[in-house]
Ligand binder design. Structure first.
Ligand code: BG6
Length: 491
């Protein structure tokens, strides 16, 4: 099993719990369609939608046909292929707490015990246990079965461990696929390729040459329709514990001996373990918590977080987090890693910036006094690109250096459709390839670093500071960097 596995898929049944939900309609069903259209699916691959709504298979297909079209770009929707794809979909009305419904599911799955069987839980975490117990009690877990779970996996280490214990009671670890959809993004995998497929970067990838690393996941969207869920979660749990930490870990990990799932995950977890704990006043000094107020974009005004009817007036939930982290290891000693994420920032952008140190002895005059040393910018969204800033001599009589960018835009290089993250992840679940999924100890270790930060916020009554929607977050986040004589890339 490895990262680049493209082996043909075995016949499968994907049982999609929460099939009528947002994720299923926006991402999962379109991802499955794309893979089918591109000829990646075996003939005998079925998708069984399971949810509370009262449909039969034919009515569910009609509903999916209406609902999902809007999430597939018109030029990508081939009517004949789409019609053929819909025939793969069956439906079962399920109350996840009713054991009899698992018996009915068993009837649908009967005679296909040799096939890959994937239970995909796109439901609230409070239902995970009921479903895994239900399929177990009905005898539906075959050796070729897997279970896939969406985050959030718990609210802290303790609750995550409780979920994991319950999963472990009926599935083996090799059957459990914990999803962080950022790992399915092409550029995240390209980050591994860049670091470990090129001789160029590895010798530079260390504290002697790198000044700091900045990782930003910015979104222009607010919490809108997800207010009730979001208010129980907040940016630290929703984005930092998983997506931001996963990006940090991939930037910072040591070279694995191979791309085997455990070889990669063994190295990733070492980084999580080496993160310097942020506890008490240290957490307060090294983190910023923000919440957006009303503001405006070119498209018009937007309300503030607290203006949402589903959010209580005394909410203490953050929509923005910035953290200064350090990794206590030989490679990274003293290099700050600045992480930030927020809703209602100026635009959607995910970017990793590696800033290199200045040359040790400057012999050339420069246009900017070497104020902008070499920089590697890896952009994941909206477009996928890698940019390297170097100094060159500007044309003319003088020897004066000027920073310029070497740009690599993946759209120009590959000129083909970029897979959406869930295509890769769904196919890896069927293949049984766990490289891009989180292992139990990884999830626990990430919570172990996050929990004290939240505890410190509570202990010191650190309420989220306001920032106007459409801006780059609270000014306090600038102070986090200016202390080190640095600033965020775009400011
Ligand atoms: C999800 C979070 O995991 O990731 C959302 O729950 C967030 O709040 C989303 O909007 C961002 O994902 P992407 O792929 O759009 O960057």
């Amino acid at each position: 099993m490895n990262l680049i596995s493209n082996e043909a898929l075995q016949p499968f049944d994907i049982v999609l719990f929460g099939a009528t939900g947002d994720l299923s309609l926006r991402k999962l069903i379109p991802a499955l369609y794309f893979q089918d259209r591109d000829g990646q699916m075996p003939e005998d691959g079925r998708i069984i939608g399971a949810a509370r709504s009262d449909y039969d298979s034919v009515a569910f297909r009609t509903w999916i046909d209406q609902e999902v079209r809007q999430y597939i770009p018109k030029d990508q929707l081939d009517e004949a292929e789409w019609g053929r794809f819909l025939k793969r979909i069956e439906y079962l009305k399920v109350d996840v707490t009713a054991q009899d419904d698992y018996r009915k599911l068993g009837e649908m799955l009967a005679g296909r015990e040799e096939h890959v069987r994937a239970f995909y839980l796109s439901v609230a975490p409070s239902l995970f246990g009921a479903i895994t117990d239900g399929v177990h009690a009905a005898g539906l877990i075959t050796p070729n079965s897997r279970v896939a779970l969406e985050k959030p996996l718990g609210r802290d280490e303790e609750t995550a461990e409780a979920i994991n214990d319950r999963l472990a009671a009926v599935f083996t670890e090799s059957q459990i696929f914990r999803i962080d959809h950022y790992l399915g993004k092409e550029t995240v995998q390209n980050l591994l390729a860049l670091r470990f497929g090129n001789a160029l970067f590895e010798p530079l990838w260390r504290a002697e040459l790198i000044s700091d690393v900045q990782i930003t996941i910015a979104e222009d969207l607010g919490v809108d329709g997800r207010g009730a869920f979001y208010d129980q979660t907040g940016a630290l749990r929703d984005m930092v514990q998983n997506h931001l930490l996963q990006l940090l870990v991939i930037i910072a990990m040591e070279p694995p001996v191979s791309v085997d799932a455990d070889a990669v995950r063994d190295e990733k977890i070492k980084v999580l373990r080496a993160l310097k704990p942020l506890v008490g006043i240290d957490a307060i000094r090294n983190s910023v918590r923000g919440r957006y107020t009303a503001g405006a974009y070119d498209s018009g005004p937007v309300p503030g977080y607290l203006d949402n009817d589903t959010i209580p007036d005394d909410s203490m939930t953050e929509t923005y987090v910035a953290i200064r982290a350090e990794i206590a290891s030989w490679r990274w000693a003293g290099v700050p890693f600045y992480l930030r994420t927020g809703k209602r920032l100026p635009g959607k952008c995910t970017e990793i910036i590696v800033n290199f140190k200045r040359v040790p002895h400057e012999i050339f005059p420069t246009a900017d006094g070497f104020a902008t040393p070499n920089q590697l910018v890896i952009r994941l969204q909206p477009e996928e690109s890698i940019r390297m800033r170097i100094y060159v001599k500007a044309w003319g009589d003088d020897i004066q250096l000027q920073p310029v960018n070497l740009n690599l835009d993946f759209n120009d290089v590959f000129q083909k459709r970029r897979l959406i993250a869930y295509e890769r992840l769904l196919m890896d679940i069927v293949r049984g390839n766990q490289t891009l999924f989180m292992r139990r100890d990884e999830v626990a270790e990430a919570w172990r670093w996050i929990d004290p930060i939240r505890a410190a916020w509570e202990q010191y009554d650190y309420a989220p500071v306001p920032y106007e929607a459409g801006t780059w977050g609270p000014v306090e986040a600038n102070a986090l960097m200016s202390r080190d004589g640095l600033k965020w890339a775009e400011e």
